[in-house]
Design a protein around this ligand. Structure first.
Ligand SMILES: C[S@@+](CC[C@H](N)C(=O)[O-])C[C@H]1O[C@@H](n2cnc3c(N)ncnc32)[C@H](O)[C@@H]1O
Length: 325
């Protein structure tokens, strides 16, 4: 397992300092948790990634949500509220919110994210849908979901969304723990819609994480910009390369920052000096690929029933609708 807990603490200064010490000064292979990629600029760069020609994942997600929004909205009788874990800009929730708003006069939408910039964007993206009230929750997935459950009104069901391929950022063991944690916070009758990116030819996968324009490289290297700013580090960006690699045994794409030469970096606010050998890497993100049947099977072991699953053929991707057993 990577050094990222399934339920990470809030993304405050202490979280960053602890993650940097654990990941860069522990003596083992260097790594940083992928949640740190999403500061304000990182969230903006991620939005740009979703529009790249190489990144078919978001378009597949959008196609499925647009095609099946009415069925998803009808999984339970109204009234229904919606919580979205790691909402990013919230753009993808639009068809579901619009479909629910056709069935009831008011819908509460709780985007949950560690990025303030992403939550601000949710208000802009979704504030204009008639009948939808946007109530952002700045928190990690689990805490935010419990907060959303606590805010539901009497008789109201909650539909939790976890879209994109974000479950793929957990390793397989963490993903099972995550599903169990979400299950423990939802109530019978609630719903959980989860996206999974499926196996596809490796060149297409690698291109999605190493695009020709270099946006994903900028997204990855922005983590060093963030450390320079937030812990007074002196990373020289020109001395690190972005690299995306396929790990066949684990079925995951890995993002790394690779030191071009041996170097020493000082992180003054942490009173820390980190040495890099030439070619040494900081592992910044994993994106696991799934087979279509895998997610329903994992969810069943975590106490969910699978209500429905839809798959996109153009960019193999699945949307699975679950309910606590
Ligand atoms: C890969 S992006 C996905 C955004 C959007 N759901 C989509 O499908 O395009 C992941 C989002 O989750 C947020 N995030 C990452 N780790 C988180 C955590 N532990 N708790 C809450 N949000 C988190 C990030 O800030 C980012 O906005």
């Amino acid at each position: 397992m990577r050094a990222e807990s399934a339920i990470p603490p809030g993304q405050d200064g202490r979280d960053l300092a602890r993650a940097v010490r654990d990941g860069l000064a522990g003596g083992g292979p260097k790594s940083l948790p992928s949640r740190l990629l999403y500061d304000d600029l990182g969230s903006t760069l991620f939005e740009a990634i979703t529009r790249l020609p190489e990144y078919g994942l978001t378009r597949a997600d959008d196609r499925l949500l647009a095609a099946h929004a009415s069925e998803i909205a009808a999984f339970a009788h109204p009234p229904l509220a919606v919580a979205e874990l790691g909402s990013g800009s919230g753009r993808k929730a639009r068809p579901i919110l619009a479909a629910i708003a056709r069935r009831q006069p008011e819908v509460a939408y709780y985007p949950i994210d560690l990025s303030k910039a992403a939550l601000a964007q949710c208000r802009v993206e979704l504030g204009g849908i008639h009948g939808v009230g946007v109530e952002p929750i700045l928190a990690s997935y689990g805490d935010g979901l419990s907060e959303a459950v606590a805010r539901t009104r009497s008789g109201e069901r909650l539909l939790a969304l976890f879209l994109g391929g974000t479950i793929g950022n957990f390793d397989r063991g963490e993903a099972v723990l995550f599903l169990g944690d979400i299950r423990s916070r939802l109530r019978p009758g609630d719903g959980f819609l989860i996206g999974t990116d499926l196996m596809k030819p490796v060149p297409a996968l690698l291109a999605a994480y190493d695009d020709a324009l270099g946006v994903t490289a900028a997204f990855n290297k922005n983590l060093l910009v963030r450390l320079n700013r937030e812990v007074d580090a002196d990373f020289d960006l020109a001395r690190f390369d972005h690299e995306a690699r396929w790990n066949d045994a684990e079925r995951r794409v890995e993002m790394h920052l690779v030191a071009r030469s041996a170097q020493r970096v000082t992180l003054r606010a942490l009173d820390l000096v980190v040495e890099f050998r030439e070619g040494e890497m900081i592992w910044t993100e994993s994106s696991y690929r799934y087979e279509k049947e895998e997610l329903p099977a994992m969810a069943a072991r975590s106490g969910f029933d699978c209500l429905e699953q839809w798959a996109d053929e153009e960019w193999s991707f699945a949307e699975t609708l679950l309910t606590p057993r």
